[in-house]
Design a protein around this ligand. Structure first.
Ligand code: NAD
Ligand code: 1GP
Ligand code: ZN
Length: 349
């Protein structure tokens, strides 16, 4: 099948990579940028970045994206236009990166992704994850970052909970690829094999090196970043999140929609969803649960902070959130069967 894809133009992953930002910005012919971040991170990194940019005569404006919604994107767009910025630099977790990515796309500017935590695979992908007014998942395919710059010194200091969430999101590729292959077999869907192999490899890196990751060693952080890069590129090549987002993500989106009061993170929800959907696929769900336990990611309803009956509802209703063929379209579930699965996989008592 035809492939027509863009990938990140530059990838820099190393300790102190923040010092590479000026040369990358200048290589794009830019001397005037907009930085999209949040106040927490700017309190941590602002002075250093001011010195780095000031020392090279790079002018910048700062936009604080305290929420990843239309208002934040509009504010970033206004600043991009009013400052006539050449480029948008996203500095932070998933929220600032999404706002920066989308504002750059809508304003037709270069976008540099500078993640300070790997809490999911959005830092290297073309995807912006918003919600429609009804709370349904909106997966917007924009463009891959012009450059991905990961300072592993900074990511290594991120809250462990965020990094464990990133592990959960990557492990989710076990079932997202199984769903994609099922859709090719049963629903005649065409998906580039290369994108499935890349997504599978991302999950394999994390699962085979889970002890290294659990130490949060430099090598562990590097492996998580590399897995995230593979996942992001898989989505760029597939032209959608299909290789990296299947029934486990539908479960996560169902939690977002039907349990708005929850506090769990995207990757935490995906991790638990992967246990459930691996069971439905007849895959080795125990290996997945063990890996999540090793990095301290949630493996139960109580750790997600979701009541049992809500969790059952989210499994039963996940398939209605998106027209994307997954295992949920191939099995007939009812409340009794879902409870049996949740008990057998130790997600509920
Ligand atoms: N584009 C995608 O594919 C995709 C996928 C899933 C979720 N998302 C979006 O991502 C967002 C969630 O991402 P998130 O969980 O990273 O949230 P986030 O960006 O809000 O970060 C969570 C918190 O961690 C802090 N933080 C980040 N890096 C840190 C560091 N190194 N040290 C200390 N604190 C740090 C932030 O300041 C923030 O307070 C949501 O908006 C969600 O919609 C996008
Ligand atoms: O398209 P969605 O389901 O938002 O998935 C994007 C990303 O979360 C994949 O890891
Ligand atoms: Zn995800």
């Amino acid at each position: 099948m035809d492939i027509r894809a863009e990938l990140p133009g530059k990838i820099v992953v190393k300790p102190g990579a923040k010092d590479s930002l000026p040369e990358i910005i200048e290589s794009l012919g830019c001397t005037n940028i907009v930085v999209v971040t949040d106040r927490n991170l700017w309190s941590m990194l602002g002075r250093e970045l001011e010195n780095i940019f000031g020392g090279r005569g790079i002018a910048f404006s700062t936009v604080f994206a305290e929420s990843a919604d239309g208002n934040s994107v509009e504010a970033a767009k206004r600043t991009i236009e009013s400052s006539n910025a050449c480029l948008v630099l996203g500095v932070g977790g998933g929220r600032p990166i999404d706002v920066a990515k989308y504002a750059a796309f809508l304003s037709k500017r270069f976008f540099i992704s500078f993640p300070t935590a790997i809490s999911h695979d959005g830092f290297a992908s073309p995807i912006v994850a918003l919600k429609d007014p009804q709370g349904n998942p909106l997966s917007i395919f924009t463009r891959p970052p012009t450059a991905v710059v990961v300072d592993t010194d900074i990511v290594a200091q991120a809250p462990r909970r965020l990094l464990a969430s990133g592990v959960g999101d990557i492990i989710g590729k076990v079932t997202s690829v199984a769903d994609a292959r099922l859709a090719m077999r049963l629903a005649g869907e065409e998906i580039p094999e290369i994108s499935l192999v890349m997504a599978e490899s991302a999950a394999r890196i994390v699962l085979s090196e889970i002890d290294e990751l659990a130490r949060w060693s430099t090598r562990g952080i590097e492996l998580l970043v590399q897995a995230g890069l593979l996942a992001g590129m898989a989505m760029s090549i597939a032209g959608s999140s299909r290789p990296c987002s299947g029934s486990e993500h539908l479960f996560s989106h169902a939690l977002d929609k039907f349990v708005p009061e929850r506090k769990s993170l995207h990757g935490e929800q995906v991790g638990v969803g992967t246990i459930i959907m691996a069971y439905l696929h007849g895959l080795e769900w125990r290996e997945i649960r063990e890996a999540l336990l090793k990095v301290g990611a949630p493996t139960s309803a109580s750790e997600l902070g979701v009541p049992r009956e809500k969790l059952v509802e989210c499994v039963l209703r996940a398939g209605e959130l998106r027209k994307r063929f997954t295992i949920l379209d191939a099995v007939r579930l009812n409340e009794e069967l879902v409870l049996k699965i949740l008990r057998e996989t130790k997600i509920v008592d």
